[in-house]
Design a protein around this ligand. Structure first.
Ligand code: SF4
Length: 288
């Protein structure tokens, strides 16, 4: 390793502003008013969920499962029926819905009210998409391919996106929608509800991959965006290690290397990234 190991960080990595805000809101509530139930994991990261659980934030799958007096909606947002249920049960609400997701929900609601059939580019089973569908009040469909959609009699179509989808892919989807429904379509509205944060992480990871010999992608294996980040790096041909924590790093991986990069998914907390950097510097230093 000669002069030691040089560790470079991606220009943008780790928690996005929406997730950072959600964790802060839950922590503030815990410190001020005590335990609450979060409707699903506040972040797709086991470290964060465990740390919050120790402080009194229990994960509940549904509002009816909540035993605490307060429930928190995650950054992915929730459907309108969840808000009604919380109100009906007289529970207090900490709404951490990311403002960018909120904007997509508003678009879904408004377009449906204006008589559009709303097509959502996204995975139907994803919590954010389930929420968006609910805001269309039964006038929406979620899919990744317009070919899978049923024959729609609606002449007014609107297209929005799951926020974490790639912007270019979204516009590709819009083109496919046009070819599928043209010429019966009379009115098409497109609202680009993609979030720039995810794209910024991929871009920064690619810039980093271009001049390092190996890249470490830090994050939970159940985080879709971290998996995609690792995939993006792998495709460049650079050695890519997808790790959940510093302990997974094998010192043999660094043998003969002088320059490595580190990036992390939007749900990876700062502490875990810091531990990875520390471990890499320690191995790099030991071998220098
Ligand atoms: S990825 Fe974007 S939309 Fe999703 S929580 Fe983060 S900032 Fe909000």
């Amino acid at each position: 390793m000669g002069d030691g190991l040089r560790i470079e960080l991606a220009r943008v990595y780790g928690f996005c502003p929406g997730v950072r805000r959600a964790v802060r809101m839950v922590e503030e509530h815990l410190a001020r008013e005590g335990p609450l139930a979060t409707l699903g994991a506040i972040v797709h990261n086991a470290h964060v969920v465990e740390a919050l659980e120790k402080k009194g934030a229990r994960v509940a799958r549904t509002v009816s499962e909540a035993r605490e007096p307060t429930v928190a909606i995650t950054a992915h947002g929730a459907g309108q029926e969840v808000y009604s249920e919380i109100e009906k049960r007289g529970l207090k609400l900490v709404d951490t819905t990311c403002p960018i997701v909120k904007r997509a929900q508003e678009a879904a609601r408004r377009l449906a009210e204006e008589g559009y059939t709303v097509l959502i580019y996204g995975e139907e089973a994803h919590p954010e998409v389930r929420g968006l569908l609910s805001w269309t009040k039964g006038k929406g469909y979620a899919t990744l391919s317009p070919q899978e959609l049923p024959e729609l009699s609606a002449k007014k179509l609107a297209v929005i996106s799951q926020t974490t989808k790639d912007r270019e892919a979204f516009w590709g989807f819009v083109q496919e929608v046009i070819s599928r429904f043209h010429p019966s379509l009379e009115d098409l509205r497109v609202v680009d509800t993609t979030c720039p944060e995810t794209g910024r992480r991929y871009q920064a990871a690619l810039e980093l991959a271009a001049h390092v010999q190996a890249i470490f992608v830090v994050g939970s294996r159940n985080s879709a965006n971290t998996r995609k980040l690792a995939e993006t790096c792998r495709k460049t041909g650079v050695s890519t290690y997808f790790i959940e924590s510093a302990e997974e790093i094998n010192s043999d991986w660094l043998s003969g290397l002088s320059r490595v990069g580190v990036t992390a998914g939007a749900s990876t907390p700062d502490e875990v990234i810091d531990q990875v950097i520390q471990r890499l510097s320690q191995i790099g230093g030991d071998a220098a």
